[in-house]
Design a protein around this ligand. Sequence first.
Ligand SMILES: Nc1ncnc2c1ncn2[C@@H]1O[C@H](COP(=O)(O)OP(=O)(O)O)[C@@H](O)[C@H]1O
Ligand SMILES: [Mg+2]
Length: 389
Amino acid sequence: MNKKIVLLGSGELGKEFVIAAQRIGQTVIAVDSYENAPAMQVAHGFEVINMLDGAELDRIIAKHNPDFIVPEIEAIRTERFYDYEKQGITVVPSAKAANFTMNRKAIRDLAAKELGLKTANYRYATSYEELKSGVEAVGMPCVVKPLMSSSGKGQSTIKSEDDIEKAWNYAVEGSRGDIVEVIVEAFVKFNSEITLLTVTQNNNLPTLFCAPIGHRQERGDYQESWQPARVSDKDIAEAQDMARKVTEALGGAGLFGVEFFLADDGVYFSELSPRPHDTGMVTLANTQNFNEFELHLRAILSLPIFEITQERAGASAVILASENSDHPTFTGIENVAGQPKTDFRLFGKPTSRPYRRMGVVLNYDNLDTPIEEIVERAKKIATLVTVNK
Ligand SMILES: Nc1ncnc2c1ncn2[C@@H]1O[C@H](COP(=O)(O)OP(=O)(O)O)[C@@H](O)[C@H]1O
Ligand SMILES: [Mg+2]
C-alpha cells in the first residue's frame, strides 16, 4: 500500500496532511504557486504552478500519474477534475465535491434547493442593480460575498442603502476567477457557529462525526477554535443530519468541514470544505484519537475508521504576522513552550504579511474543564509570541 498523492495547495493544512501520510509510508508531491510552501518542506517532491491554469494542471498530473489528487485549496481549475476521474485517478473526496465548493453558488443551490437544508435567505447578483434588488429581497442587514472567494475576501455587511455600492465594489475587488458574481444573504443573528467535521468512508462503512468545533471569526479568518463546543442534543442531531445529506450528495470518501450557524430558530447550513478545515487544527491538541488530517488520509486510503473518540478538550489560537517580511522570525516561543498543557506549530512560511497566519498555539485539558477556560488560556498564550520582520 504505497500510494502516490498529488497535493494541490501546500499550506499549513497540507503540511499536516503530508506528515500524516509520511508516517504511514505514502508518497506525496506537493504543489503550490510559490516555492518552499509549508507542505513542500515535508513532501517527497514539489511543483510550482498556477493551479488555475488547466494546461499546467494537466502537465503535472500526466507527469506524476498519481493514485490520488488531494485538493487543499479552492482556487484550482477544478473543472479538469472530472477528466482526471475518468482517467482512473481518485479526486478527493470527489471531482464533484471539489468543483461544487469552489463556487458558492453550486454548493448553496445544492444545499438549499436540491436537498432542502435550512440556509439564510439568499439571492445572486452580477451587477450593482441586481444587488440592489437582491438586498430588497433578503432584507437588511445582509452579507455580500463574491461567489469565488475565501477567507472573507471581498465580503462585507450591508446595514443601510448607502452600503450597497461600497459592498458591490469591494466584492468585485475581492473576487477570484473569471466571473464577477456575488451572493447576498440575510444576516443570521446566530448565538454561535460551529464546524462539524464529517468523515465519509468507502465500502459502505458509516459516516462518522467529530465532536462540534466552536470558533470565532475576525476579518474573515478564524482566531480561536475549540472542541467540544457546547451544543444542544437537538442542534447536534439537526447538524449531523444536514452534514450527512450534503456530503453524501457530493460523494467520495474523506473528511469535510461543514459550517453551521446556531440561532434561536434552529440550525443553519452555511458552507463546507471538502477537506480538513482550518478551525479543525484544534485536533492537533490530540483532542481526538485521530486528528482531522489522519482521518482524511485514512478515509481516502479506504482504511476503516472504527470510531472517533473525544480524548480531551482543547483550543487553538492563531499566531498572526503584523508586517511584510521575506525572512520572518519569532520571539517568545520559549514562553509558550514553558506553559503547562500547551503545544504549538510554526508553519515555516517563507514570507509574512499583515494578518498572515504563521502558527498556532494549542492548549488542552481533561473533558471536565470548562471549555471557555481553555480558550482563554490558548488566547493568552498566543500573545506571548511575536512575529518579527
Ligand atoms: N449570513 C451570514 N450571517 C451572519 N454571519 C455570516 C453570514 N455569512 C457569513 N458570516 C460570517 O462570516 C464568516 C465567513 O463567511 P463564510 O461564508 O464562511 O465565508 P468564507 O468562505 O470566507 O469562510 C462566517 O464564518 C460567519 O462568521
Ligand atoms: Mg467559512
